[in-house]
Write a protein that binds this ligand. Structure first.
Ligand SMILES: Nc1ncnc2c1ncn2[C@@H]1O[C@H](COP(=O)(O)OP(=O)(O)OP(=O)(O)O)[C@@H](O)[C@H]1O
Ligand SMILES: [Mg+2]
Length: 452
């Protein structure tokens, strides 16, 4: 396999080929329907949640469900897995790519992007039984969206939500009513050609501030009550709190909230082994580029978050491959500790004052916290701590998220590398013994060969 170097377009061998791998086993890409780098054969766990969501999808009258969990725990992959299973059973229609919700969406944007996503799928999977007339109408809408996306006029669609007044242009013909009518027609048509139910997957709802989210759901109430459609909304905070705080919104989501937790160490090991197996060329022996102990330590410092674990492995691996471009090197605990701590020092710690570092360590210790708690614990004024928080945020060492009136502070995932154990120098005698023993065996073999 070759990859292309962007700069001079010269092909160079993939860095993974020295490991006998077709690509990066530590990629953080979600598993996608039909077109992803990783297949669903590498999907692990989530048995309880699969049962819950599958049961919901078997309800015949349309549902609205939310899937929540921390950043990078596996939400997108989970819902894609469920959708993939549902379409292979044939009675369900679902779009290929998740619908990525954006901050400035009005209800009109919401419905038109839903339609565009359905259109795109019908076109790509060559669903020829779908009415050509209706498909053509969708293609006009798709084209309008395409133009709007190129920044020409963001809000030609969706006069409903009332966001972005300044950029809205007057296009009285495309109303929410028209979009809703078009959506109903599409649902009917899908039903006519044999799909019982439709699953729609909206991703990254956490991109919307809480107030906007509530407003959007309220304005979409009737659209969401379609008896043939299962709406799945995916996102971390503030999605769940937005839904539970507003009665009008909560009443639409009676089917509940599926919360995904982090994977166990054993599950992470299983995911990595499946990935290595899948990425190894047929007929070749798979080469495992890490020690299990390394995964155990990363699992501990990242509290199980798979995205952070995979990212740490990728970063360490790239550093190690840079130094050893010719032979495969195994990611031992010591090597990973050394590489990651070195990067941590260069990128973050060397740019901090002693007090910055003190504040940072306090946040690392507390997990998710607020300025009030940090100030109290360190016995300093809040304004004083704010100064350091601003600097830490500029350095990308911390993340601050507004939830309601509260500002929740936590460290960026790389900062957790501070919790990696110190490197243990391998004992000199042990290394010497190993070299000696290997040399002896090598020479023994050599004399046998010669006497044959
Ligand atoms: N059940 C699973 N089995 C195997 N791999 C998984 C599973 N769930 C997630 N992963 C892997 O973990 C990584 C993170 O998953 P994913 O992108 O789905 O998380 P997410 O919660 O949607 O993240 P974000 O909050 O950033 O949207 C991806 O590389 C994905 O392939
Ligand atoms: Mg996701």
């Amino acid at each position: 396999m070759v990859i292309h170097d962007n700069e001079d377009n010269q092909p160079e061998p993939s860095i993974w080929s020295i490991y006998g791998l077709k690509g990066n086993p530590f990629t953080t890409d979600a598993i996608l329907i039909k077109e992803g780098f990783l297949p669903f054969e590498t999907f692990v766990g989530r048995q309880e949640e699969i049962k819950t969501l599958s049961t919901i999808l078997r309800m015949a009258d349309g549902t609205r469900t939310i899937v929540t969990g921390d950043t990078g725990v596996g939400k997108t992959t989970f819902v894609n897995y469920i959708r993939e299973k549902a379409i292979t059973k044939n009675k369900f229609f679902t779009h290929l790519k998740e619908i990525e919700v954006e901050e400035n969406w009005s209800s009109g944007n919401f419905i038109s992007h839903t339609l565009a996503s359905i259109y795109n799928t019908i076109d790509r999977i060559k669903l020829d039984t779908f009415s050509p007339r209706l498909k053509r109408r969708l293609s006009y809408l798709f084209d309008i969206l395409d133009i709007s996306n190129s920044g020409f006029s963001l809000n030609v669609l969706g006069t409903g939500g009332g966001y972005n007044h300044a950029r809205q242009i007057n296009n009285p013909k495309i109303t929410n009513e028209l979009l809703k009518g078009l959506f109903r027609a599409v649902v009917e048509e899908l039903k006519r050609i044999g799909f019982d139910q439709i699953i729609l997957h909206y991703n990254n709802l956490e991109n919307l501030p809480k107030e906007k989210m509530i407003k959007l759901f309220v304005s979409l109430r009737d659209f969401l009550q379609n008896t043939k459609v299962h709406f799945i909304f995916v996102g971390g905070e503030p999605l769940p709190s937005a839904i539970y705080e507003e009665d009008k919104v909560r009443s639409i989501f009676v089917y509940g909230n599926i919360e995904l937790n982090v994977f166990s160490y054993e599950e992470i090991i299983e995911i990595l082994e499946l990935r290595i197996k899948y990425l190894t060329n047929k007929g070749m022996r798979a080469f495992k580029p890490y020690e299990d102990g390394t995964i155990r330590e990363l699992h501990k410092i990242h509290e199980g978050n798979i995205r952070d674990i995979l990212n740490s492995l990728s970063v360490a691996m790239i550093e190690i491959i840079k130094e050893n471009p010719n032979e495969p090197v195994i990611l031992t605990k010591n090597k990973v500790r050394a590489k990651l701590k070195n990067i941590l020092k260069k990128r973050y710690l060397s740019r901090m004052s002693e007090i910055d570092l003190l504040v940072l360590k306090e946040i690392l210790k507390l997990g998710e916290t607020t300025n009030t708690t940090i100030s109290k614990n360190l016995g300093k004024k809040k304004q004083n701590i704010s100064k350091h928080l601003n600097k830490l945020r500029r350095l990308k060492a911390i993340k601050i998220k507004k939830i309601g009136v509260e500002k929740i502070i936590k460290v960026s995932s790389e900062i957790r590398w501070m919790n990696l154990q110190e490197e243990v120098e391998p004992k000199k005698e042990v290394i010497e013994k190993r070299i000696e023993s290997n040399t002896q065996k090598l020479l023994e073999g050599w004399t046998e060969e010669k006497t044959k």
